[in-house]
Design a binder for this molecule. Structure first.
Ligand SMILES: O=C(O)C(=O)C[C@H](O)[C@H](O)COP(=O)(O)O
Length: 213
C-alpha cells in the first residue's frame, strides 16, 4: 500500500516540539504505541528501519492509526525509500545525506528530512534543494554551539537536532532560531514498550507540550 504524501518536511517538523524516534521489535507493539503517542499529542512518528519488523510496523500504524502520521527513519538507500513508501510512510528521515537518497525520496513522493553533521553535507543537501535538515548526532557533533555557528553561513537552513537530546536539554536547542523541533528516542523507552506500559508513553508525550516554542 502506498500513501500519497501530503506533508512537507517543514510541516513534519512544525507539528510538535519533538519527533519521537522509535525502535520496534514486535509488530504487536506498533499500534498501541502509536495510539499512546497520539493520546499524548504527538502524531508525527519516526519508525526506524533498524529492525526486521519495522516495515510491518509502519504498515500497521498507517492502516490502523489514521490520527498518526507515520514516517520511516534510518532511510539509507533507494531500496529503503521505496520500501518505506510501499509500507505507507508519509515522510522519511535519514541519518546522513547522499544525493541518491534525496532523489529516491523524491521519486517515491516522500518528504525527506536529511541528516547532516558537517558544513559540506549541509551544502550538498542544499544543492539538491533540501533546506530543512536533521542535525545528527546532535550532542556528539557539537550540540547547541554548533547550531549557533551554522546560523551564520547557513542562515537559510532549519534544523531538527537529534541524538543525545532529552527533555532536559531540549529547551536549549528549541530556543535557537534555526531549530524548529528536536528528535529523540526518550518518548518511547524500550522497557516501557516491552512491558506494554502505554500510559507511561502517553505521559512522556504529554510532558513535551511544555517544550512548545
Ligand atoms: O536511526 C536513525 O536513523 C537515527 O538517525 C538515529 C536516531 O535519530 C538516534 O538514535 C536518536 O538518538 P537518541 O534520542 O539519542 O536515542
Amino acid at each position: 500500500m502506498s500513501t500519497s504524501n501530503t506533508f512537507t518536511a517543514l510541516q513534519v517538523m512544525q507539528d510538535a516540539p519533538v519527533i519521537p524516534v522509535i525502535v520496534l521489535n514486535d509488530v504487536k507493539h506498533a499500534v498501541p504505541m502509536a495510539r499512546a503517542l497520539v493520546a499524548g499529542g504527538v502524531r508525527m512518528l519516526e519508525v526506524t528501519l533498524r529492525t526486521p519488523q519495522a516495515l510491518a510496523c509502519i504498515e500497521a500504524i498507517a492502516r490502523e492509526v489514521p490520527e498518526a502520521v507515520v514516517g520511516a527513519g534510518t532511510v539509507r538507500s533507494r531500496a529503503d525509500a521505496q520500501a518505506a513508501a510501499n509500507a505507507g510512510s508519509r515522510f522519511a528521515v535519514s541519518p546522513g545525506y547522499t544525493s541518491a537518497v534525496g532523489q529516491a525520496c523524491r521519486d517515491v513522493g516522500l518528504a525527506l528530512l536529511p541528516g547532516v553533521a558537517t558544513g559540506g553535507e549541509i551544502m550538498m543537501a542544499q544543492e539538491d534543494g533540501f533546506t530543512e535538515l536533521k542535525f545528527f548526532p546532535a550532542m556528539q557533533a557539537g550540540g547547541p554551539a554548533m547550531l549557533k555557528a551554522w546560523s551564520g553561513p547557513f542562515f537559510d537552513v532549519k534544523f531538527c537536532p537529534t541524538g543525545g537530546v532529552s527533555l532536559q536539554n531540549a529547551p536549549e536547542f528549541l530556543s535557537l532560531p534555526n531549530v524548529v523541533c528536536v528528535g529523540g528516542s526518550w518518548l518511547v523507552p524500550a522497557d516501557a514498550m516491552a512491558q506494554g506500559d502505554w500510559a507511561r508513553i502517553t505521559q512522556l508525550a504529554l510532558d513535551t507540550k511544555a517544550l512548545r516554542k
